[in-house]
Design a protein around this ligand. Structure first.
Ligand code: A3P
Length: 323
């Protein structure tokens, strides 16, 4: 009986089973054999109960049930550990115990609603499959705004962070770049526009999760009426008792957004990077994006019909342009 040396054997194995090159972590507590050998201080309660998956620049920072923590009485409040790990996008092998280590021990927090927020999960090819394997019962929250506005906000975000390509090229040049454009411009264009293919990305999540596990939030409503949206979020997650966001939030005319109401009538708003001031999008770019996203928006409307969900007003407006 002969065998190859270990490294060659491994190469041979992955030649035969290429799909196994990307290890899929399963929930260690789903299988009794794993549970039995799992050390006592590790518990699957350390895994998140829900993920806020983005996409970026839709207001996902607002869906942070944690930011009211300090103001709450721990005995009767919602208190959610909050973090950005992007683990399900990671191409390196990411050990489950390390992932669990990011979350606090359930005995140290007042709730079992651990969650993760990574805006780049939404359009990720890999994240839904990986998440479905490790946390198949988790719930997911996505927020949608007009994809054209999202793209523009994202571009402004890149400029703010001094991305050299975003500083060098104007928005119209970014969104209309083509095969002959410099490669860094094409890359920026892709990163800017791809997350806005909403229907395709949501369908990918729905091939791995039941529709009842997904909540789609209208980002416009989140911006104008966050308390109602947060009620919906709490209902979806089964949070009890409900935290009353209408008492905790107030509209700050200077910021132009809803902010946390502090004692003495002061407000605490999201940071400078949220709700930035920048010139409105030029008409040429808007027209280009309206046409660019047309088919994606039609697909989204079909998907929302299928899911029995109302169409956000921006989508209704965009669909009228199609007729
Ligand atoms: P702009 O800064 O382009 O206006 P995210 O948290 O996903 O990065 O999203 C940021 C966007 O959230 C902001 O984009 C802003 O329009 C929107 N937003 C919604 N509600 C907000 C609030 N209460 N405060 C600040 N920004 C809010």
């Amino acid at each position: 009986l002969q065998t190859l040396p270990p490294v060659q054997l491994a190469h041979k194995y992955f030649e035969l089973f290429p799909e196994q090159k990307d290890p899929l972590w399963q929930n260690p507590c789903d299988d009794k054999r794993h549970r039995d050998i799992w050390s006592r201080d590790k518990t699957c309660d350390h895994l998140p109960k829900f993920l806020v998956i983005g996409p970026q620049k839709t207001g996902e920072k607002m869906v942070n049930l944690n930011y009211l923590n300090k103001e709450c009485d721990p005995k009767d409040s919602v208190s959610l550990p909050f973090s950005i790990f992007n683990v399900f996008n990671s191409n390196s092998i990411f050990p489950v115990p390390r992932y669990m280590g990011f979350f606090p021990s359930p005995s140290n927090v007042t709730t079992d609603f651990l969650f993760e927020k990574s805006a780049n999960y939404f359009h990720s090819e890999e994240a839904p499959r990986r998440a479905a394997s490790l946390i198949p019962k988790a719930k997911f929250i996505t927020i949608l705004i007009d994809p054209s506005d999202r793209a523009y906000s994202w571009y402004q975000h890149q400029r703010f962070h001094e991305d050299p390509t975003a500083l060098k090229f104007n928005f119209y040049e970014v969104i209309t770049s083509d095969h002959w454009s410099p490669s860094e411009l094409r890359t920026l264009q892709k990163r800017c526009l791809t997350p806005g293919w909403y229907a395709a990305h949501i369908e990918r999540w729905l091939t791995h999760f039941a529709t009842s596990q997904l909540l789609i939030i209208d980002g416009q409503q989140l911006r104008s009426d966050p308390a109602t949206v947060m009620d919906e979020v709490q209902k979806f997650l089964g949070v009890s008792p409900h935290y009353n966001y209408s008492e905790a939030l107030t509209f700050d005319p200077q910021k132009g957004f809803w902010c946390q109401l502090l004692e003495g009538g002061k407000t605490k708003c999201l940071g400078k990077s949220k709700g930035r001031k920048y010139p409105p999008m030029d008409q040429e770019s808007r027209a280009f994006l309206s046409s660019y996203y047309r088919d994606h928006n039609v697909e989204l409307s079909k998907l929302l019909h299928r899911l029995g969900q109302p169409l956000p007003s921006w989508l209704r407006q965009e669909l009228q342009k199609v007729r």
